[in-house]
Design a protein around this ligand. Structure first.
Ligand code: LFR
Length: 488
């Protein structure tokens, strides 16, 4: 078959991107068509996504795709997980999707655990405890007026697919992040839904990634210049699912770090690990493309850095990120370390102060300069990667010989080197746009332009961008000591 033109709409927590991929059996080339900031809005006491803006700019990306490439064969959407929009009887969105960092979920998990102990919840779903999992967001808003008039709940990429095509579904990989899907049956769990009055009736049927949804609505064709020959495909619509498809791994035995606002650190497995040890280590078993399991843990990620930069800029300081990472590299290592997953770092706000507070509480020097704060963040992330990769290997009984870093973090050479040093494993960095690549590859396979298993898709992914190798520099003793210091 001739190469396919696939457009990937990839929505991250800090920016939206529209990329076009030309995909054949032996190559993938990627062109960025549009990139726009994703700026959540604090409004009337709530933190919400500006989802209409994100959608309008996605349409702008599709318009550009038409201009640059002519006809487009297929379109796929992926985004961050867990958040959703509610649809009313007349098919319209009720309000804005609430941001997972909104504080409405405080205390909601305990209310759920009273009805369904956390051990049982984990045995059923295999999903790590994060305070913002959809199950807890719903528990916090069962009495909200919006819930009374809602007829359907759509996760963010499903909402975009609905707006693009009129078809309402729940894509499987993203559905698993809700904490409402039974990992054994791969469908909505009646047992969990019994604790959330009125929610079961809102959930659409789950469909597998690779399902062709259909043509663009006439209004979308009109505003983008595309026609009915462009098909919208359900991809691994959780961005992490798509990013892991895009990992250019050659064989087995690889760990990945999908590094953007979050760092998702773990392994691809053929079946979930639902043991109590895995629950206690807070590992997730997210549903993957081709019925794989993403066995991973959320590490707080570049959020710590992004939010620090925002604080400095808000205080009128200038920030040159590249120069800052350069000077962080010359700072002494392991001077001040944090557990990046401490819950205090989750909400938006002054990050450097929270980091200094953590260091003060734990009897460490408080990083004073921008460079010292950045070094503390990158050292601490690398340490969390070490711990998480090792735990994942141990809990699943897998040997890991290489770590792939994909996503924006693959551009951060200091972080990649620290990750190699901390894990004691070679790090292969890139591609930066792994999620868009994985998104496009699943589309291309769904429309018959390519075929094969994930390993075949990964071989194609490896042609998209050169990969940079970082070798561990042999500091095992230092990192082991650092680990003992922070994690005991
Ligand atoms: C990454 C991600 C993570 C998910 C978090 C919140 O972008 O999708 O996988 O835990 O965002 O949705």
């Amino acid at each position: 078959p001739p190469p396919a033109h696939c457009v990937a709409i990839d929505l991250g927590a800090s920016s939206g991107r529209v990329l076009s991929a030309t995909v054949s059996a032996d190559a993938l080339t990627l062109v960025e068509l549009h990139r726009y900031p994703n700026l959540p809005v604090r409004v009337a006491g709530s933190l919400e996504w500006d989802v209409l803006y994100l959608y309008r700019e996605a349409l702008e990306g599709l318009r550009r795709a038409r201009q640059v490439h002519g006809p487009v064969d297929s379109i796929g959407v992926d985004s961050w997980a867990v958040d959703y929009g509610l649809i009313a009887e007349d098919g319209r969105l009720i309000g804005n999707p609430v941001h997972y960092r909104d504080l409405r979920t405080a205390g909601a998990a305990d209310a759920v655990f009273e009805r369904l102990p956390r051990q049982i919840l984990y045995e059923r779903t295999g999903i790590q405890h994060l305070p913002f999992n959809t199950v807890f967001q719903l528990a916090a808003s069962l009495d909200a007026p919006a819930m009374q008039i809602a007829r359907e709940l759509l996760l963010v990429p499903d909402l975009f697919n609905y707006w693009l095509t009129g078809v309402r579904t729940a894509e499987y990989t993203n559905a698993t992040t809700t904490g409402l899907v039974d990992a054994h049956t791969r469908t909505w769990s009646p047992e969990i839904l019994a604790t959330l009055a009125g929610v079961a009736r809102l959930l659409p049927e789950i469909v597998d990634p690779g399902t062709v949804l259909g043509a663009l609505r006439p209004e979308v064709q009109e505003s983008t210049g595309l026609d009915a020959s462009s098909r919208v495909v359900c991809v691994g619509s959780h961005d992490t699912a798509s990013a892991v498809v895009g990992v250019p791994a050659e064989g087995e035995g690889f760990a990945y770090i999908s590094c953007g606002t979050w760092s998702l650190v773990g392994l691809e497995l053929t079946r979930p690990v639902l043991t109590d040890a895995s629950r206690r280590a807070n590992f997730s078993n997210e549903g993957g493309v081709d019925a794989t399991t993403r066995f991973l843990r959320n590490v707080m990620g570049l959020w710590l850095l992004q939010e620090s930069v925002r604080s400095w800029q808000a205080a009128g300081q200038t920030v040159d990120l590249a120069a800052l990472i350069g000077s962080a590299a010359t700072q002494p290592g392991h001077r001040s370390l944090i557990d990046p997953d401490d819950i205090r770092f989750l909400p938006p706000g002054d990050m450097p102060s929270r980091i200094r507070e953590y260091c003060a509480e734990t009897g460490q020097p408080q990083p004073a300069t921008q460079a010292a704060v950045v070094r503390c963040i990158l050292d601490s992330l690398a340490l969390a990667y070490r711990r998480t990769v090792r735990q994942a290997a141990e809990l699943s009984g897998t040997d890991v010989s290489v770590v792939h870093v994909v996503g924006g973090g693959a551009r951060n050479g200091l972080l990649c080197q620290l990750a190699a040093d901390a894990t004691g494993l070679p790090v292969l960095a890139g591609p930066v746009e792994a999620a868009a690549i994985g998104n496009a590859l699943v589309q291309a396979r769904a429309i018959g332009a390519i075929n094969g298993h994930l390993s075949d898709l990964r071989r194609i992914s490896s042609t998209a961008e050169p990969v940079t190798r970082f070798r561990p520099s042999g500091q095992e003793r230092d990192w082991a000591a650092a680990e003992a210091r922070i994690y005991g």
